[in-house]
Write a protein that binds this ligand. Structure first.
Ligand SMILES: [Zn+2]
Ligand SMILES: [Zn+2]
Length: 189
């Protein structure tokens, strides 16, 4: 004697062993019930899995690159990203400027105009010296060629210095940068 539970009305059906593996009709609700063969687990009418409700769509995170050493409060003048790094000091300057970690734009420190104008003025002086040397070479009785060559080289050097300063002056400031107070970073007087 085996006992099978009707999956529809949950009535316990007492069946002879010969019903194993066969279909029987429930005496209560007339549902056709498959009697599992011996050794099988009774086939429970597997409830269809609950339709999994799709979770809320993932909230898009603002694409903000986290740069650990980004200068706080500064934003890139080109792309607006808050990933502006201060460049390490080099042989020319203790504060050479900034670089954006996102778009690789170079920016110069705020309040640095004076430095570059000074460099530009030095370049102009070098150019004038070189030109003066060239003019002097015209009136020189001897060594004209080396004097002219030296003057031309000096003028070229001065032009290079001016060009460098112009390139630096054309670089943007990072957004949020303010000119440092006068005398900051120059140590105690
Ligand atoms: Zn039934
Ligand atoms: Zn940028």
């Amino acid at each position: 004697m085996i006992v099978v539970t009707c999956p529809k009305c949950e009535k316990q059906l007492n069946l002879p062993n010969t019903a194993l593996g066969r279909r029987v009709r429930c005496v209560a609700c007339q549902e056709v019930v498959l009697v599992p063969a011996e050794g099988e687990e009774p086939t429970e009418s597997a409830a269809p899995p609950l339709p999994t409700r799709p979770g809320p769509p993932p909230i898009p995170q603002p694409s903000r690159a986290v740069v650990a050493d980004a200068a706080p409060g500064l934003q890139c003048a080109k792309c607006g990203g808050a990933a502006v790094r201060q460049l390490p000091p080099n042989q020319f300057s203790r504060n050479p400027g900034y670089v954006c970690a996102m778009c690789r734009s170079f920016m110069r420190p705020a309040g640095s105009n004076g430095k570059y104008y000074t460099v530009m003025a030095v370049g102009v002086v070098i150019v004038l010296l070189g030109l003066g040397l060239c003019f002097a070479a015209f009136g020189a009785a001897q060594n004209r060629v080396p004097m002219t060559a030296g003057g031309a080289a000096l003028a070229a050097l001065g032009l290079a210095v001016i060009g460098w300063a112009v390139v630096q002056l054309r670089l943007p400031f990072p957004l949020g940068a303010e000119a440092p107070p006068r005398g900051s970073g120059r140590g105690p007087r």
